[in-house]
Ligand binder design. Structure first.
Ligand code: FMN
Length: 158
């Protein structure tokens, strides 16, 4: 059966996810953020997580091989962050939106949780690169609700 890419995209969108901003500092010292919902946990021991980066991203070189990066899980009030850091070629982080983490990766203020990771491995995954990080630090907010993404739209719990 030949798969129609639009149908496949719609089918995949029936899986509800959270929304993250992946953050890293470029070699030129610029803090960048990119909206992603491909985050997944991989392993508890060692502590590994992953996300997938489009091969054709304008910022591929920055996000494909940073020594440290952070996965910031957005709260429901962060829909604006999600839209802002999903703009093509426009990923500079607003200084009001983050602080440096223990290992230098940008940590997004008031994220539900931020996983600061050291690059562990990358794997080819078709038109994406699978990026596996070893979690080095976790910053968790006590309260708050997640921003959800389902069928191409943002949702809230309940
Ligand atoms: C909800 C949502 C989830 C996304 N998830 C991913 C993702 O997992 N991986 C990815 O590379 N891009 C993802 N994107 C797309 C990027 O955020 C962004 O739109 C894209 O990187 C823009 O192109 P550029 O990288 O060439 O600037 C997502 C966008 C949205 C709105």
């Amino acid at each position: 059966m030949e798969l129609d890419s639009r149908e496949l995209r719609n089918a995949l969108g029936r899986f509800t996810t959270g929304v993250c901003v992946i953050s890293a500092v470029s070699e030129a010292g610029q803090p960048l953020g990119l909206t992603a919902n491909s985050f997944a946990s991989v392993s508890l021991d060692p502590p590994l997580v992953l996300w997938s980066l489009q091969n054709n991203s304008d910022v591929f070189d920055v996000f494909a091989k940073p020594r440290y990066f952070a996965i910031n899980v957005l709260a429901k009030e962060h829909e604006g962050h999600s839209g802002r850091y999903a703009k093509k070629g426009d990923h500079l982080l607003d200084p009001d939106h983050f602080r440096p983490g223990k290992f230098g990766a940008p940590i997004v203020h008031d994220a539900l949780v931020s996983f600061e990771c050291e690059l562990h491995a990358t794997h080819e995954g078709g038109d994406h690169l699978i990026i596996v990080g070893r979690v080095r630090d976790v910053q968790t907010r006590e309260d708050g609700e997640p921003l959800l993404f389902y069928s191409g739209n943002y949702r809230n719990l309940g």
